[in-house]
Design a protein around this ligand. Structure first.
Ligand code: SAM
Length: 313
């Protein structure tokens, strides 16, 4: 499919390029913020973007915290840290770290950069490489969310906000109830820019208030269960059994909210040049704002050019 036809098929893809964002995901964060206003708080100073590459969420954070703040004195104390396994091209006012969010050294580095002060806001749009094996993908995604949550509990200030991408799989209500022990309000939100056909959604966790006498500490030798010991956040042991024993579980159904006004584009629709809605679509295609720094296909292309690419038998 040509670039211009993708522009029509996916208006958020096109809009991202028009507005200088590196990825269409920028609109997910913008629409979540339209609903919850977590980025409009003038006291927001220390912000962490986990799993940030190529960087469209960091661009939104940079624009909200720096470009749109009329009080330039106020911006002196602000800091945005973006972390990803992949290298990221620089973004104004954002410190980029190429690191693994599951590693305790990453936590230490973030705290060092913040001068041992806690963060006001942490977001995570993490997604592991998809294998196509559905159960494995779901498991790895859950592990990534738990890692983001573990890291967050160690760096977020009391009263802070955490938002993260989730996939509404089988055990999602368990995650909601676990989060309920750590945050006063947990909402499952679906921005209009996230395809309705996808299980993707975002948990918006507000007012971090960990249980008294529970002190999070990231340690590679501790399992997730050990980490959350004493905090009521436990693993659902019964889900692995073929016929689990009947237990009355205190499970939570999180509030569900759709974000982004009805006037925003539908991410599942295809628009045409002569549609009123998309009359501002230029007929020419736009280049991506930022080319991938280290895409997985780079090595394959190099091998192909040198005639060394072979087919697996
Ligand atoms: N929010 C980003 C944006 O707006 O540009 C898009 C994030 S992308 C959907 C998911 C990212 O998660 C990938 O760049 C991937 O490298 C990163 N990721 C996956 N596992 C990670 C890990 N363990 N540590 C750090 N980053 C990770």
């Amino acid at each position: 499919m040509g670039k211009s036809s993708k522009d029509k098929r996916d208006l958020y893809y096109r809009k991202a390029k028009e507005q200088g964002y590196r990825a269409r995901s920028a609109f997910k964060l913008l629409q979540l913020n339209e609903q919850f206003h977590f980025l409009d708080d003038p006291n927001l100073k220390r912000v962490v973007d986990l799993c940030a590459a190529p960087g469209s969420w960091s661009q939104v954070l940079s624009r909200k915290l720096f470009t749109e703040d009329p009080d330039k004195e106020n911006t002196k104390d602000k800091k945005i840290i973006a972390v990803d396994l992949q290298p990221m091209s620089p973004i104004d006012n954002v410190i980029t770290l190429q690191a693994d969010i599951t590693h305790p050294k990453t936590l230490a580095k973030i705290l060092e950069l913040f001068g041992n002060e806690k963060a006001d806001f942490v977001c995570s749009d993490g997604a592991p490489d998809v294998t196509g094996l559905h159960d494995l993908d779901e498991y790895v995604q859950q592990q990534l969310i738990m890692s983001a949550l573990q890291l967050t509990t160690c760096i977020l200030k009391t009263g802070g906000t955490f938002i993260a991408k989730i996939f509404r799989g089988r055990d999602i209500d368990l995650l909601y109830s676990q989060l309920g022990f750590l945050f006063k309000r947990v909402i499952c939100a679906k921005p209009r820019s996230s395809r309705g056909t996808s299980l993707e959604a975002f948990i918006v966790c507000m007012d971090y208030s960990p249980p008294k006498n529970w002190f999070p500490e990231l340690d590679v030798n501790k399992s997730v269960t050990e980490f959350f010991e004493g905090c009521m956040v436990t693993k659902d042991e019964s889900s692995n059994d073929i016929l689990p024993a009947w237990v009355e579980e205190d499970r939570v159904i999180a509030e569900f909210m759709s974000c982004g006004g009805l006037d925003s584009y539908d991410s599942d629709a295809t628009y045409h040049i002569d549609d009123d809605l998309s009359s501002n679509i230029a007929k020419i295609s736009l280049d991506p704002v930022q080319m991938p720094t280290n895409p997985p296909y780079k090595k394959a292309l190099e091998l192909k050019r040198s005639g060394k690419l072979t087919r697996a038998i």
